[in-house]
Design a protein around this ligand. Structure first.
Ligand SMILES: Cc1cc2nc3c(=O)[nH]c(=O)nc-3n(C[C@H](O)[C@H](O)[C@H](O)COP(=O)(O)O)c2cc1C
Length: 211
């Protein structure tokens, strides 16, 4: 059992990374071998439309562009589970998440009949962190995010679990920033009470997907 954990936040030790580290522990508790990647350490772009993956005779479910992401995409298709964590930026996962998503999903999409070439099964976990409240996420963000989640689930064909963490602590000292729309006391209280529950839920997510 191999579980790949991918941090699509530029910050290596903040909310998203901390939840992913718990997911990693959960995966290991289930007996999985794990690999943890900080996506922002890799040198890559989104799909370059080289269309090598659509060439007649090309190996399927393979991204041919030569950069740091293609070998990771190969490893994802060979894994049993992948868990990707991303902050929400402007209502969507980060640009790095999107670049990985484009290249992974497009490389296994048939332009003959829109089926998925990949015949294996990789379980998928998605962890989001955001300033937004659960109410805002449910009402405005979730319908948009669900399209991406469904495409990823369809491409990798395994179990799909999504965990959103709301109203995260964005900086340790709000008094140093122009961030007047946030209630620091509420953010800090939530960090004390809710974030440990988010950590536990992400541990369980990692464990469940790596069984
Ligand atoms: C460029 C940028 C855009 C953001 N846009 C949103 C947003 O649209 N909605 C939201 O709820 N939070 C937004 N946030 C807040 C982050 O999603 C939130 O602080 C997240 O927990 C950060 O993750 P990290 O601690 O792993 O870096 C944004 C943060 C940044 C830096």
């Amino acid at each position: 059992m191999k579980t790949i954990i991918i941090n699509a936040s530029p910050r290596k030790n903040w909310n998203t990374a901390q939840l992913l580290q718990e997911a990693k522990k959960g995966a290991e508790a289930a007996g999985a071998e794990t690999e943890y990647i900080d996506l922002y350490d890799l040198n890559f772009t989104g799909c370059r439309s080289c269309l090598a993956c659509k060439r007649k005779g090309a190996e399927k479910s393979k991204c041919y562009w030569k950069d740091d992401l293609s070998p990771l995409i190969d490893r994802i298709f060979q894994a049993d589970a992948v868990i990707i964590g991303s902050p929400i930026y402007m209502g969507e996962p980060t640009a790095h998440f999107r670049a990985l998503f484009e290249r992974l999903v497009f490389s296994t999409l048939s332009y003959d009949d829109y089926r998925v070439y990949f015949e294996g099964k990789v379980n998928v976990g998605i962890i989001y962190t955001m300033n937004a409240s659960k109410e805002y996420y449910d009402g405005s963000m979730r319908p948009v995010l669900q399209n991406t989640e469904a495409s990823l689930g369809r491409a990798l064909r395994g179990q799909l679990l999504v965990y959103p963490s709301f109203n995260t602590l964005q900086v340790s000292d709000y008094s140093k920033y122009c961030m007047g729309s946030f209630d620091e006391a509420e953010k800090k209280a939530r960090r004390e009470t809710q974030f440990p529950l988010d950590m536990q839920a992400c541990y369980e997510l990692g464990k469940e997907l790596s069984r």
